[in-house]
Design a binder for this molecule. Sequence first.
Ligand SMILES: [Zn+2]
Ligand SMILES: [Zn+2]
Length: 269
Amino acid sequence: MYTVITENNESAWADETGILYHFPKRYLKYLEPGTNIIYYKGVLKNKSFSKNRLSDAPHYFAFAKIGKTYPDKESIKNDFFATITEFIPFEEAVLAKDNSNYLETIPESRKSNYWRDGVRAIDADTYHLIISKVSPNKVSEQKKTYILDKIIENYQDSLESLSEGKKSKRYITTYERNPKYRKQAIAIHGNSCSACGFNFGDFYGEYAEGFIHIHHIVPVSEFEAPKTIDPETDLIPLCANCHSVVHRERDKTLSITELKYLIASRSKP
Ligand SMILES: [Zn+2]
Ligand SMILES: [Zn+2]
């Protein structure tokens, strides 16, 4: 399945380029998990965004895949969001109109309103036509960087140390610090602690709104081979206290069930 998704500089949607895509329910059928997507930007309406774009003209600027889709719990209109994976931005714009022809095939019946749809299913030929306009050397360079990033992520290179007394402890994993996974995990799970329910914004007010730790459920030591992360099942929001407690012992990470049990067994009836 192949789909073009629009991301404009100014919009009502809470998109995060290469991380999350936010959309109305009617587009759900075009954004199934694993769908190959091409990112599109339409006509430049506000000149001040010119520097944030590869071109002022309507153009394609990246390809990626849909991870999974979730209902947006905050939305009253039944909107959805999708996690984005394998995001590879182009270095140069691929213009929507090549000479005088559009790369996308516009059916006769949609001539007047085709571009109104921000999410558009395209056929395999159109997908490959757009991809063929991307300079192959540049993409392979980007692919290399992308793969390198993956390796670094997977090998948990930059573990943060937290010293507690004399022993220095490996504490927060790369996955837990990675802003992409953080944003995806918070969109999926919310920003209250999954173990005790603590919410920083509710307790401290606006200043702490949205603050939360993201905990990686699979302990680092259990990693055998590089694997990709599923923010739905592998990551969970925890408050700073609960997060410290699950990592209290070097050789053991408490499960969320164990942590909840500790909390429940202490609370008064
Ligand atoms: Zn907590
Ligand atoms: Zn953790």
